[in-house]
Ligand binder design. Structure first.
Ligand SMILES: Cc1cc2nc3c(=O)[nH]c(=O)nc-3n(C[C@H](O)[C@H](O)[C@H](O)COP(=O)(O)OP(=O)(O)OC[C@H]3O[C@@H](n4cnc5c(N)ncnc54)[C@H](O)[C@@H]3O)c2cc1C
Length: 263
């Protein structure tokens, strides 16, 4: 089975700071990690490979330092990595990101299963998986919590829905997005990690020319959306201390809740 995992290197924080002038993320001084959901995607790929054989690759689009995320994935047991790095990929919205990742997958050609995290903790859109599936004209199963069965033709998964869980089946090839409850990611093996960091033979580095895409199709130029302004919402809280006996305070509180149509 040929498995591709899409991984994103993200800042190790959920408090994203934005440069107000450029509208881009401020990454200085923040450690980078593999996006948490993507670690679960890697774990799934490695365990499926162990159970059914085949090859597992990771693909990541990002700055040159995203090679660290790929090396860590190799440390966890992934066979090969592709780093997409080119200044022209910069400023990509989800459309341009999915387009670039989709083009890469088409170039790789061999895939039965594509695994993404559900959501990146910085961009937070949860759009990339579904957009890549659309680009490749593949079926997609999102919010997967368990792979119940898989063979060379079909997959049966359990996925989380708003009301509980659903069991779904799809033919292969398919793209799935996974959430944290699917598994517990393993730690990288030190020997694998040292090999990955020392010998980069299993990591390919591709730019726009390698994908055969023009500058107009990718990055900021290929993006359909533009960030006009970014800002944090202003939160204004008014405090009020209710006075009186316990019963009076409770009655006042209930009145306030009724006034605001909260009960
Ligand atoms: C106009 C505009 C400009 C932007 N400029 C920048 C910028 O300059 N720098 C910047 O960092 N972001 C920028 N962004 C954000 C960028 O578009 C998103 O980070 C990116 O498209 C991925 O979306 P997401 O983070 O919401 O991923 P999600 O859709 O939440 O991610 C879901 C899954 O998709 C996969 N995935 C996501 N991104 C990648 C990737 N890059 N490589 C491999 N797999 C991936 C992972 O499996 C991940 O778990 C910009 C966005 C817009 C709209």
């Amino acid at each position: 089975m040929n498995i591709i995992v899409l991984i994103k290197q993200v800042p190790d924080t959920t408090e994203i700071k934005i440069d107000q002038k450029t509208g881009t993320l401020i990454r200085e001084g923040v450690e980078s990690i593999i996006n948490p959901d993507d670690r679960h995607a890697i774990e799934l790929a490695v365990s499926l490979k162990q159970d059914y054989g085949g090859k597992a690759r990771v693909i990541s689009m990002g700055p040159p330092q995203a090679i660290d995320a790929i090396s860590e994935a190799l440390g966890m047991g992934i066979d090969e990595g592709i780093l997409l790095t080119d200044k022209n990929f910069g400023g990509a919205d989800t459309w341009a990101t999915a387009y670039t990742l989709g083009k890469t997958i088409k170039k790789v050609k061999k895939y039965d299963l594509i695994i993404c995290g559900r959501q990146a903790i910085d961009g937070d859109t949860a759009q990339i998986g579904p957009q890549v599936a659309e680009f490749l004209n593949l079926p997609q199963l999102t919010y997967v919590t368990q792979v119940e069965q898989i063979n060379e033709k079909r997959i049966v998964v359990q996925r989380a829905s708003e009301d509980g869980y659903e069991r779904m089946e799809s033919p292969l090839p398919v793209l799935i997005t996974v959430i944290g409850e699917i598994n517990k990611p393993r730690h990288p093996r030190v020997d694998f990690l040292i090999n990955a960091c020392k010998d980069k033979a299993n990591i390919k580095i591709w730019d726009a020319a390698d994908l055969g895409v023009t500058v107009q199709e990718i990055g900021l130029s290929g993006s359909l959306t533009r960030v006009i302004k970014t800002f944090s919402p202003k939160t204004k809280r008014e405090g009020e201390i209710l006075k009186g006996s316990k019963q009076e305070v409770v009655n006042q509180l209930i009145d306030r809740l009724h006034e605001r149509h909260l009960v």
